[in-house]
Design a protein around this ligand. Sequence first.
Ligand code: SF4
Length: 188
Amino acid sequence: WTTDTTPVDKLDELSKTSYPLCMRILHEALKTHHHLKNSGRMQYGLFIKGIGVTMTDALSFWKTEFTKKIDLAKFDKEYAYSIRHTYGKEGKQTNYTPLGCPKIISSSVSAGEYHGCAFKHMDQNSLRQKLFNYGVPAATINEIADLAREQNYLGACTAYFKFIHKRMPDKLISHPNVYFAESRVILA
Ligand code: SF4
């Protein structure tokens, strides 16, 4: 995936144009609730690392959102470490890579969590409503929701890509960061 740097002030726009649905939902949930639980922070944090958000920018991005609800001292104490950890700057200094679709699809998601694969983890009504809210026309909603119901999650993701970009991706989607890279090839 891209090695270019992505500025955090572009993430709102990119979430609509170039994110796969799983990441668009996480971004939106973070902006709405000013919080994400641990698995959501991990899934989204590694994704934005993969699209070229620097650690300094990532810290400021999460801090800006979280401190709308909690104070700065709590953020620094409870969350800053794990963000630096994501970038391999703490603990064993492992250079964590962004999660691929199989891993995301097989994650378990509880109530109040927004990580996982939208096509696997959202129920049909919520998925249809979400796509409708994003301006997807009824025929495409049916196509995507049917693929999701048939457990063809990557097919559903590809159909969403095709709707957003008005063409198919050149590479098979099997990783959210591949989705993003394919999108940028078309839109950048
Ligand atoms: Fe995300 Fe992959 Fe699911 Fe698409 S198929 S929504 S990229 S986990």
